[in-house]
Design a protein around this ligand. Structure first.
Ligand code: SAH
Ligand code: SF4
Ligand code: F3S
Length: 476
């Protein structure tokens, strides 16, 4: 198999770099931008780096290698990267730090051109389809002392078996598919991540079983459009091997639900248009699947949704929510919303507020529309002035915050199952964990409770967290 041979080759580069670095105690710093898929890619990059002899540091000024894993979904990520590169210039001159940049932004030619022109000290640039080749790129940068540019415009293969250094030992992410075929008109992701391709069921099950063995309690299945898992493969007649009955997203959820040791299953992001009945039934039937579902709305207005190429109407979205509420007991919902898409009128924006009022989301991730080069949205003539976008954003934020406060009240006096994640960042004497609905709960308790699911009575609320009290020690 081609990909297995490629991974073997990279393992040899890992050994070569390890040899060069032996005894040097070199340090690396990584800055990850963007979504959980990028976080998961960074865990793989950290896995490779640590195998090559680098030790992680949070102090980016004292690192021997600075790595950026970039996002380009909105403009602010670009400002952040260029700001950091500006700071690094002097450090590079003084210390000779290796500077490597990867991720989605590197798939944009106007960005790599700018880096080469304005920040010529960058050693390695790599894209989303060549992440697995990082050991080779690094080896060549170290030995040949030449700049490495490793970007592919065609869809990369799925590479199994990369080393991984995970951020947590309680919760783990598992990428189940790469890319996106939806081409929402505002979004750059399909251009920088390529077309949809799903991992083999056998590989996913194997990874989750391994995580369960290592003691992980919660897993999050990741993809740009998780509920179309294996759809393209089936439609295009591409080969995949059905394994333990897994041939769709619904069957994948059911199979993972059976894996002993895993207690919670989450997934992001599904697309409303692909929320078929089998997926709804699988969520309802599978006790480990958390009942907080992320259901990206983007806009509540049918005309705007059409312009966005979202393929559902306001009514279809609301009907789907109703159907899910009926079929899935204790369902809670979170969503993504964009304000100020080209041509959006005040009236059309009111529809978004209307949907928010009706659905009463547990959490809303709100974004101001950001023009992305190469997307149809960027070419639309009726762009919304910044001040109007900000006004709408603030109006939505106010509504969302008042709803969250109201919703938090409902938790008081209830008993919630909480996965204990560790001591609270703000108060060492308190523990922190999350409910099924992903709410943070802070409470007093013994550190032996970490990585267990316990019953907590909710005693008070604050906008971003709840306070709890232990009921009984542990529930099996
Ligand atoms: N595939 C996922 C996530 C895509 S990116 C999904 O479809 O839900 C995460 C969120 O960023 C999107 O849901 C959208 O709300 C937001 N987003 C994407 N492009 C954007 C843009 N150009 N401007 C503002 N927000 C954007
Ligand atoms: Fe972007 Fe739409 Fe694909 Fe999500 S579904 S990644 S918003 S194009
Ligand atoms: Fe950003 Fe790439 Fe994720 S553009 S949102 S990091 S897929």
């Amino acid at each position: 198999m081609e990909t297995a041979r490629e991974i073997k080759k990279q393992e040899q580069y890992i050994e070569k770099v390890q040899e060069i670095n032996r005894g040097k105690k070199l340090k690396y710093n990584i800055l990850t931008m963007g979504c959980q898929l990028n976080e998961n890619d960074s865990e793989k990059l950290c896995g490779m780096l640590e195998k090559m002899g680098y030790i992680k540091t949070e102090d980016f000024k004292n690192a021997d290698l600075n790595l950026f894993n970039t996002c380009c979904v909105r403009e602010n990520a670009e400002d952040k990267l260029f700001g950091k590169l500006g700071e690094l210039k002097r450090i590079k001159e003084e210390k000779g730090t290796i500077v490597a940049i990867g991720g989605c932004m590197m798939q944009e030619k106007h960005i790599t051109d700018k880096i080469k022109e304005s920040y010529p000290f960058v050693d390695i640039i790599f894209g989303t389809h060549t992440l697995h080749k990082f050991p080779e790129d690094l080896y060549k940068a170290l030995v040949e002392k030449r700049k490495q540019e490793d970007i592919l415009d065609i869809d990369g293969e799925i590479y199994e078996g990369l080393p991984i250094k995970r951020n947590s030992n309680i919760k783990a992410s598992v990428t189940i598919m790469n890319g996106c075929n939806n081409f929402c008109t505002y979004c750059i992701v399909p251009y920088v991540r390529g077309r949809e391709r799903s991992r083999e069921p056998r590989e996913i099950i194997k990874e989750v079983k391994e995580l369960a063995k290592q003691g992980y309690k919660e897993i999050t299945l990741l993809g740009q459009n998780v509920n179309s898992y294996l759809r393209v493969e089936k439609e295009k007649g591409k080969k995949f091997e059905e394994y333990q009955g897994v041939n769709s997203f619904a069957t994948l959820l059911k199979a993972i639900n059976k894996i002993e040791g895993i207690e919670r299953i989450r997934f992001v992001s599904p697309h409303p248009k692909d929320f078929t009945d089998d997926v709804i039934d699988a969520i309802a039937e599978s006790d480990k699947v958390c009942k907080l579902i992320h259901l990206p709305l983007q806009s509540g207005n049918t005309k705007v949704l059409k312009e966005m190429n979202r393929k559902y109407t306001k009514e279809q979205y609301l009907n789907l929510v109703e159907k899910m509420k009926t079929k899935i007991p204790n369902l809670t919902l979170s969503t993504d919303i964009i304000v100020g898409f080209p041509g959006e009128t005040d009236e059309e924006f009111e529809d978004t507020l209307d949907v928010v009022k009706r659905v009463k989301f547990e959490q809303v991730y709100m974004f101001i529309y950001s023009r992305r080069v190469g997307t149809p949205g960027d070419k639309m003539e009726n762009q919304i002035p910044e001040d109007i976008k900000h006004k709408r954003f603030n109006k939505l934020k106010e509504l969302v915050e008042s709803q969250i406060e109201e919703n938090n009240q409902k938790y008081i006096g209830t008993v919630q199952k909480v996965l204990v994640e560790g001591t609270s960042k703000n108060n060492e004497n308190m523990l922190t964990g999350r409910t099924d609905s992903n709410k943070v709960v802070i409470f007093e308790g013994d550190t032996s409770l970490i990585n267990k699911i316990i019953d907590l009575e909710i005693v008070s609320e604050h906008i971003w967290y709840l306070k709890g009290k232990i009921l009984n020690k542990e529930c099996e």
